[in-house]
Design a protein around this ligand. Structure first.
Ligand code: C5P
Length: 401
């Protein structure tokens, strides 16, 4: 096999959650691609899948929570973790994530994770409330800060009967994330944050204010960055186009949520703000659906200005990405407005485009941009959004080289 994963050694830590059954399929998928998989089961995991089935699928010895003296003599836990090219934790339960964030080592799995200098990828899986709990979100932020890769969780029906984020990523999504860890290219080892799509600002539970951004340019850019080997955190509003495979996708609705997600995804080597963030939110949005007034009076909406996410990151005193790129969608005197915007926001580059309806750019397949940096303006010919993305990703790779 000559794929990206051929000959790669994966240490797979299976945590104790209902999603552990999906890890059996993950083992198959990884082996199909030429990986060798060494499985480790936590004590709780053995309640969900048997060491026998895991061992049969992996074609390898399974290490469980029990310390085996012969194993310690043959292969100490330090060596076990270090001889892998990548450690995958799937499912990563709330408890395992908490242990990892704290650096605890009270069983084989957590000891391996603490003893290693090998890259780690986690696939969280838990009840939606546990995922949303501030403690888990805090642990997640700590793990991200430690350089741990995260894939999922997805939103959907859960085994516990609830609905929301918490479902473990599907085996093929985890495989894509594993491949991303081994990607080579000028941006390998770099972390790039991309915002994309529109934001939705609620008026009431059923109505919202939005804009016509499709998320196409941001998605194309994330794909181009991934193709150059970058690790990409993709913070997206409700977009029309599906998010890029292989990125760490963080879905949000409002500008305030986008700001939080961006803060949580930092630090990054570069940050590209392609999202069309609503400038205002409805300050007096209603928790109940607004009813028509009997006298025909229209509701009086009060607006509050949303935080400028790009400007806040670009003007950070500490932890500013080395390269901060903004977009400017204008309908007139594009270059002059965008040049002023670059200085006002404090970003390094502005990618300006004319979104007048006549251009068909907003929501369309093509884009015509001018890239403005400290040295001036560079106008590119009209081309597909994918080509704009590739040219921009190349320029970013050169700037970070
Ligand atoms: O000021 P304007 O909305 O034209 O600026 C566009 C740039 O600023 C884009 O890069 C957009 O992603 C970013 N932006 C932001 N937060 C806002 C408004 C815009 O990050 N609240």
């Amino acid at each position: 096999m000559d794929g990206m994963l051929a000959q790669k050694k994966i240490l797979l830590i299976i945590g104790g959650g209902i999603a552990a059954y999906k890890s059996l399929d993950l083992i198959r998928r990884l082996r199909e691609r030429g990986c060798s998989v060494t499985p480790v089961l936590t004590k709780a995991a053995t309640e969900f899948v048997t060491p026998l089935s895991v061992s049969a699928l992996a074609g390898a010895k399974v290490y469980t929570y029990l310390f085996d003296l012969t194993d310690e003599a043959e292969m100490g836990h330090i060596q076990l973790s270090r001889s892998a090219d990548l450690i995958v934790v799937a499912p990563a339960t709330a408890d395992l994530m908490a242990k990892m964030a704290q650096g605890r080592a009270d069983d084989l799995a957590s000891t391996l994770l603490l003893a290693t200098d090998t890259p780690v990828l986690v696939a969280p899986s838990m009840n939606v409330r546990m995922w949303d709990h501030p403690a888990t979100q805090r642990n997640l932020a700590v793990l991200r800060g430690d350089g741990v890769g995260v894939v999922g969780p997805n939103e959907g029906d859960m085994a516990c009967g609830e609905y929301g984020p918490g479902r473990m990523a599907e085996p093929l999504e985890i495989v894509t994330a594993v491949e991303a860890q081994f990607r080579a290219g000028p941006l390998a080892g770099r972390h790039v944050l991309v915002t994309s799509g529109p934001t939705h600002e609620p008026i009431d539970p059923v109505r919202y204010i939005a804009n016509r951004s499709s998320g196409a340019q941001g998605t194309a850019l994330a794909e181009a960055l991934l193709a150059l080997g970058a690790r990409v955190s993709f913070v997206t509003g409700p977009a029309l186009v599906p998010p890029p495979m292989g990125a760490e996708v963080i879905r949000v609705e409002t500008a305030l949520q986008m700001q939080q997600a961006v803060e949580a995804a930092l630090p990054a080597d570069a940050a590209v703000f392609a999202a069309a963030v609503a400038d205002w939110r409805v300050e007096n949005s209603s928790v109940e659906k607004i009813k028509k007034d009997a006298k025909g009076a229209a509701p009086a909406l009060r607006f509050a200005e949303n935080p400028d996410i790009l400007a806040a990151v670009a003007q950070r005193a500490e932890g500013r990405p080395r390269l901060v790129v903004g977009f400017a969608a204008e309908t007139e005197t594009v270059v002059a407005h965008a040049t002023a915007k670059r200085l006002r926001k404090g970003c390094d580059w502005i990618v300006a485009n004319d979104v007048s309806p006549a251009t068909g750019i907003m929501g369309g397949a093509e884009n015509a941009v001018t890239v403005i940096d400290a040295d001036g303006a560079e106008t590119w010919p009209r081309m597909s959004k994918a080509d704009v993305a590739r040219k921009l990703a190349d320029r970013i790779a050169k700037a970070l080289a």
